[in-house]
Design a protein around this ligand. Structure first.
Ligand code: HMG
Ligand code: MG
Length: 314
């Protein structure tokens, strides 16, 4: 239950009036879970997220099952979502093999996932940055021919566990390459959660100077150092209106042992609703869904808002 009348709505005229939440819990959240979640539970999770008002729910990945065993059931999961009307169900595809698997199941939206750094490109895709971009090119052009919407993720935009600081120009170059090959939107990933608001602001300024339209840019923060909401606010002040988040704060990063996961959707929605920003999300239903999923995973949700609303124990 949400407390009656709270949070109080106090709008900030410098901010957008509506934000689209790109829900990644079923993909980015679950992909880091060690124990494999049954396919039926994943399907129910996605249905409950849609019932809570989320209109973009990233469903799964068509990657090599050895690389991400948790999502090896993509072929069985995706058909269980066929009844969801009016909900966007993007899926990750790294290469043409992945795209073929997604096309065979009738997916309408795909995402490729690049890296701003060489170390992560190697660790995540077994490629250099440019080899990965070359791998995506035919994927994006074939997807566009099929009238699919294509998102281009970019990881390690604000820091890398092996390389440390990541120069802004490096990030801008890969963003431009993704847009130039035909991606409809970008998502700027702070994969290990090291960004701070001034850095977010500097990157968005650099992207604007490079003529990357801000209405095609989303942000994807991880909350490792507790900065995800502050970083989101900085992005909103630059006009960003697409924010990635994970129900209950599910997720993590295998390359950052202390990573606490993605920005929790409930924490994001609490802040946005307090600012009078429309999301279409029912916070009570969403928190109940995350508490239910936490029960399946056998530990409480790390989201402060889920804990406050459902009185979960630490
Ligand atoms: P590779 O070993 O270089 O693959 O991996 P390959 O191209 O040499 O192919 C080897 C074998 O894999 C072949 O089979 C292919 O058919 C098969 P064989 O001929 O030996 O029998 N194969 C596939 N099978 C099923 N589906 C496919 C597929 N592709 C090849 N799509 C590869 C390259 C890209 C496949 C691998 O590195 C991979 O799957 N990586 C995925 C990693 C991943 O999913 N990471 C998590 C997502 S990114 C993320 O979470 C960050 C994000 O949230 C933003 C942020 O926070 O920063 C998005
Ligand atoms: Mg992520």
């Amino acid at each position: 239950m949400t407390p009656t009348g709270l949070p109080m709505t106090v709008p900030d005229p410098a901010l957008p009036t509506r934000v689209r939440v790109h829900e990644v819990g079923a993909r980015d959240g679950l992909q880091n879970e060690q124990s494999v979640v049954p396919t039926e539970i994943k399907a129910e999770f996605i249905h409950r997220l849609a019932d809570a008002g989320l209109t973009t729910v990233e469903a799964t990945s068509f990657v090599h099952p050895k690389w991400v065993p948790q999502l090896a059931d993509a072929e069985r999961l995706f058909p269980l979502l066929g009844d969801l009307q009016g909900v966007r169900l993007p899926v990750l595809v790294p290469n043409e093999r992945g795209l073929e698997r997604a096309l065979a199941l009738g997916a309408h939206r795909v995402a490729v996932f690049a890296s701003a750094t060489e170390s992560f490109a190697k660790a995540n895709l077994n490629r250099t940055v440019d080899e990965a971009l070359a791998m995506f090119e035919p994927v994006v052009s074939r997807a566009r021919e099929q009238d699919m919407h294509v998102r281009g993720y970019l990881s390690m935009c604000f820091g890398d566990p092996w390389e440390g600081p990541v120069p802004l120009g490096q990030v801008v170059r890969v963003c431009r390459a993704l847009l130039d090959m035909g991606c409809d939107e970008l998502s700027l990933g702070d994969t290990i959660g090291v960004a701070t608001p001034g850095h977010v602001s500097a990157l968005l300024t650099a992207l604007t100077e490079a003529e990357v339209p801000v209405d095609r840019v989303g942000v994807h923060f991880h909350d490792t150092y507790g900065q995800a909401l502050a970083n989101t606010l900085a992005a909103l002040r630059h006009g960003v209106t697409t924010v990635d988040a994970s129900a209950g704060g599910l997720g993590g990063c295998p390359y950052a042992k202390s990573a606490t996961g993605n920005l929790a959707t409930e924490d994001l929605v609490w802040m946005l609703h307090g600012l009078g920003i429309d999301t279409g999300v029912d916070l009570g239903r969403l928190s109940a869904t995350s508490a239910w999923m936490a029960g399946h995973l056998g530990r409480p949700s790390p989201s402060r808002t889920v804990r406050a609303l459902t009185h979960q124990e630490q």
